[in-house]
Ligand binder design. Structure first.
Ligand code: HEC
Length: 136
């Protein structure tokens, strides 16, 4: 079925149920826009590209080694390969994508004596980096 058909039949059903127009419109709009929110392979690729760029522009690559990113060959911190398979982040924080995001925003909050400086990144950039490091 075409989107337009779904869209207009939604209005027909909603008016039959006498839903207020604003509610109907919001609901119809969320159905309408839903597919564009899903991560297409292209959008995934863009996010990976952003993660890769951040690794370099935010200085991570000068302290960390990462095989899939040849420019990252720093030896100040541990290599970041296979991050998704590791049990703990910095040996102290149970590993998950969310915890990794939090760690990147404020490493010293989780490991007070860590030699890793607090990166100058936003929440969204931390999430991109965590996603990039989790990707095999
Ligand atoms: C000045 C050097 C330095 C910079 C810059 C730096 N780190 Fe680190 N990083 C470290 C050190 C040292 C550790 C080990 C910290 C610890 O164990 O507490 C570490 C730990 C980590 C860990 C945990 C690794 C593990 O095996 O548990 C991750 C993930 C990480 N860094 C990612 C990043 C990212 C992403 C950036 C860029 C936003 C970055 N680091 C920038 C030095 C650095």
């Amino acid at each position: 079925m075409q989107k337009m058909t779904i869209f207009s039949s939604f209005f027909t059903i909603a008016s039959a149920l006498s839903m207020p127009l604003s509610v109907t419109f919001a609901a119809a709009l969320s159905i309408w826009t839903f597919p564009s929110h899903a991560d297409t392979p292209d959008a995934q690729g863009d996010k990976q590209e952003q993660g890769k760029t951040l690794m370099i522009t935010k200085g991570c690559s000068s302290c960390h080694q990462l095989t899939k990113l040849p420019a990252a060959k720093g030896l100040v911190g541990p290599p970041l390969d296979n991050m998704a398979a590791q049990s703990y982040i910095a040996g102290v924080l149970p590993n998950s994508r969310e915890n990794l995001t939090q760690f990147l925003l404020e490493p010293q909050k989780f490991h007070a004596d860590t030699a890793m400086p607090t990166p100058d990144i936003t929440q969204q950039e931390a999430r991109r980096l965590a996603d990039y490091l989790w990707q095999e």
